[in-house]
Design a protein around this ligand. Sequence first.
Ligand SMILES: C=CC1=C(C)c2cc3[nH]c(cc4nc(cc5[nH]c(cc1n2)c(C)c5CCC(=O)O)C(CCC(=O)O)=C4C)c(C)c3C=C
Ligand SMILES: [Fe+2]
Length: 476
Amino acid sequence: MECVRSGALDLRCQGKVFGSATACGKAGCSTNLAGSAKQNLHGKAKHLQLSATGTSSLVHRGPVLKHQRSLAVRSAAAVDAYTTFDENVKGVTSHAVEEKVGVLLFNLGGPETLNDVQPFLFNLFADPDIIRLPRLFRFLQRPLAKLISTLRAPKSKEAYASIGGGSPLRRITDEQANALKIALKEKNLEADIYVGMRYWYPFTEEAFDQIKKDKITKLVVLPLYPQYSISTSGSSIRVLQNIVKEDAFFAGLPISIIESWYQREGYVKSMADLIEKELTVFSNPEEVMIFFSAHGVPLTYVTDAGDPYRDQMEDCIALIMEELKSRGTLNNHTLAYQSRVGPIQWLKPYTDEVLVELGQKGVKSLLAVPVSFVSEHIETLEEIDMEYRELALESGIENWGRVPALGCTSSFISDLADAVVEALPSASALTTRKVKDANSDMDMRQYLTKMLFGSVLAFFLLLSPRLVSAFRNRLQ
Ligand SMILES: C=CC1=C(C)c2cc3[nH]c(cc4nc(cc5[nH]c(cc1n2)c(C)c5CCC(=O)O)C(CCC(=O)O)=C4C)c(C)c3C=C
Ligand SMILES: [Fe+2]
């Protein structure tokens, strides 16, 4: 049985035109484009552009319109998946072989012992999506990562020591992987699940090796971050793009990427369930301020590099609050950003500052809701449960609660399984996505200023012990 990808394909999304897609329709054909039409092309942060020539690009565009659609509409267009087609593989035929579906979960990874902390931090800071140096200064990435990870390690080790000596991320992600496999089976999809961590074991590259060994024939990529950021899902997707460039197996493998899924009904409802449940612990639930605390990113990611993270986060909070409102829960809420690192400006408002302000304003009961991540980790268990709780109580807040991370909540895992099932038909050979690079937007003057500033900074950082110790104080 042979299938040639053919027919009119025009899915231009400007929030209005959903276009058309022609499925091959032949039995056993793995190149079914029909699913593409179901993608979430609602003109928010992402736009899928596929042309009849078979080329495509995915671009982030801002600013984002605030949500005005009903949840039902959102749920029908729930999967933010995209597919790109390589000119070189256009017209490639695929044969009816037994399908072996793989699902690759992307996550950050975390140190498992205190000895892992510094090398884990090195991997993190060596990532050009985490410390974005101008192209000419990329040679400084690793020395800078070595320096920053060494300076940061003592503080991080202390934090990891206080939660039992290591990150629970690997264990929880493995549990989520197992739960997802079972949920998919219940939906009649047999799939092998792979975990690819960006900065610690099992590394993304190990997952790629296994996927290749297992001869997977279709892959759905699911980053375990509800909202997209250049620094998280974007960074892992870049690793995927690199392997697609380097390895013929991955260049030909049909892949579908679920970029962000905070807008899925199942996720929104699961979050609302957790919040509702936790509110009942307070003696006066209606007086509790719902305090969403999201992991921050440096401000320039959003302002210069077009990271849709802040827009998606605000959208996500609006959806959860809308859901709560529809259930009669009318509490006040606020959003702030936590976990900033180093002497630069991050997304505001900052969690620590807002907690103090709320205390001063007389807020007495507060429910913290971690919202950028779906498992417990250092920043929920240490930063929120210890540091922020203490700060809140010192600032006059009397009743403190925290919503647990979603983990393996069954409604949530079932919804992730639905997302995978919905994304599968749009799997297709992937080409390098045009990730918007902050550097490409810089004009020459900005670029030269950054170069000059970067070289002076690097010079002092590497050579001046006084500045190193000053910098260390800012990092701790
Ligand atoms: C959506 C979530 C996350 C974003 C966005 C993000 C950006 C980001 N993070 C750092 C620096 C650090 N992150 C660290 C740990 C960490 N980060 C996330 C999530 C996001 N990061 C998680 C889930 C974790 C915890 C992993 C674990 O072990 O449990 C750390 C290490 C811990 C520490 O020392 O505080 C650092 C450092 C930057 C610079 C950044 C954006 C540029
Ligand atoms: Fe982080």
